[in-house]
Design a protein around this ligand. Structure first.
Ligand code: NAD
Length: 431
């Protein structure tokens, strides 16, 4: 009889294809919500693993003439709700497990907001800072070409995420359009306005974070204009949230990027910080405030902490030191399950990622609708619809929390899981 090796044992573990700490975090949340809902085991099985995953290995010609071999991913979590939707990111840690977790969260986010999409996520494992603009363009175009069999305006619609933005979306859209022989603006969202992008998309996630905070403050009786806020991450999401909060009178006492954190208990000058980063690339060296480490800003005394940088930043190690009333998860998956238990114990509320950062995908949906209609909305229209849609979602979360007697994360996931499992039940199983 053949001896069983460790490899055989590892291969036998269900879901091992997608294994990662982040994937366990997303499935742990799903399992807890499914238990709370007493979800039919059929739907636990059907929703706990991604429906479709693609891994692509491809060469990119470097400016030096050499070739770089890269790995890219696209994961589609559920095909039940319509086409799939989710960003793609570039970074040295991008993996199938990371994309799988993020795709599952996209499903819940879209369902909570009532958008006609399942969740997806993708990315390329690379170090974008070490690549020239020409190399990034060749990388993006080749990644788009590799994904042609699974993407399309009615199949899967990518969008920006970490280290990707309007420029990459324009290249992606152009590559797809070249392949099918005509312009297809609606194959990606987050494009430049002149190429079928929508006004207000760039600011949407950060602005959405602020709309959700306003609704949350009304609910718990917090005066936002009296509140102190600390923000980790000063990119697309964090910088917009910081300047909007500053504009409405909240005191932003700390912000950070990957280089450094800056703290001023009297309130930071956000416009000056934005000018500094535009000139210097990073926050490090900013002369107008006390410098701390990038993660230290999470522990500054304040009412609201906004992680807006990366996954798994609030952990069992630093959770006991947070000095705030509420954590508003602008980043995806910033709180580990162990940290969440500690925050819960300490009475610190969490506004979950699937609600707090849903402004991005909501305005992406508006962009896709406008592209299909060949008709553009103005900025006020976009912002007003965004505000209405996020406040309605916040209301659904509060109602579910009351109905189920649970925290806001479980409430948000429950609303989403109920919606998706109901749709799956009604569609049945083919054949
Ligand atoms: P970005 O690349 O524009 O900015 C990320 C910021 O985080 C940068 O300032 C970077 O320096 C900083 N950062 C990275 N590592 C850090 C660390 N260890 N400590 C402190 N700062 C650090 O990315 P983004 O688009 O702003 O996305 C931020 C988060 O929001 C991600 O989790 C992303 O998935 C999520 N998100 C983004 C959107 C969107 O529309 N851009 C939508 C939904 C969710």
């Amino acid at each position: 009889m053949a001896t069983q090796t460790q490899d055989d044992v590892d291969d036998a573990v269900p879901g091992r294809e997608w294994a990662s700490a982040l994937y366990r975090q997303s499935t742990d949340q799903f399992d807890r919500a499914a238990e709370l809902l007493e979800l039919d085991p059929e739907f636990v099985t059907r929703l706990s693993e991604p429906r479709r995953s693609i891994v692509v290995n491809f060469p990119v010609r470097l400016d030096s003439g050499g070739v770089l071999g890269l790995t890219g991913y696209r994961v589609q979590h559920t095909l039940t709700m319509g086409p799939t939707k989710g960003g793609f990111r570039y970074g040295p840690d991008v993996s199938l497990g990371e994309c799988s977790a993020l795709a599952m969260w996209m499903t819940w986010k879209c369902a909570l907001l009532g958008l006609p999409y399942g969740g997806a996520k993708g990315g390329v494992r690379c170090t974008p800072a070490q690549l020239s603009v020409h190399e990034l363009e060749r990388l993006t175009r080749r990644y788009a070409a590799e994904l042609i069999p699974v993407i399309g305006p009615d199949r899967d619609i990518p969008a920006p995420d970490m280290a990707t933005g309007e420029r990459e979306m324009a290249w992606f859209m152009d590559t797809y359009s070249q392949m099918v022989g005509h312009s297809v603006f609606e194959v990606v969202t987050g494009k430049p306005v002149v190429l079928g992008g929508t006004t207000g998309r760039r600011e949407a996630t950060g602005l959405g974070v602020v709309y959700v905070i306003e609704a949350m403050c009304e609910k718990i009786g917090m005066d936002l204009r009296e509140a102190r806020v600390a923000i980790q991450g000063f990119g697309n999401v964090g910088a917009v949230a910081a300047s909007e909060l500053h504009a409405i009178g909240a005191r932003v006492v700390a912000v950070s990027d990957h280089s450094a954190g800056v703290v001023d208990a009297d309130g930071l000058d956000i416009a000056a910080l934005a000018r500094w980063t535009a000139q210097n690339g990073v926050l490090e060296g900013y002369p107008g405030a006390t410098q701390v480490g990038p993660r230290d800003v999470l522990e500054v005394p304040c009412e609201i902490v906004i992680p807006a940088a990366r996954e798994r930043q609030i952990t069992a190690e630093n959770a006991p030191r947070l000095q705030c009333q509420v954590v508003v998860e602008a980043a995806n998956g910033p709180t580990t399950p162990e940290a969440e238990a500690i925050l819960h114990e300490r009475g610190i509320l969490i506004v979950p990622d699937v609600l707090a950062n849903a402004g991005g995908v909501t305005v992406s949906y508006f962009e896709w609708v406008q592209d299909h209609q060949r008709y553009s909305w103005d900025e006020l229209d976009v912002q007003e619809r965004l505000r209405r849609q996020l406040r309605a979602a916040f209301g659904r979360v509060i109602d579910a929390a009351d109905r189920l007697g649970c925290d806001w994360r479980m409430a948000a996931l429950s609303v989403a899981i109920e919606r998706v499992s109901q749709a799956a039940r009604m569609r049945g199983i083919y054949p």
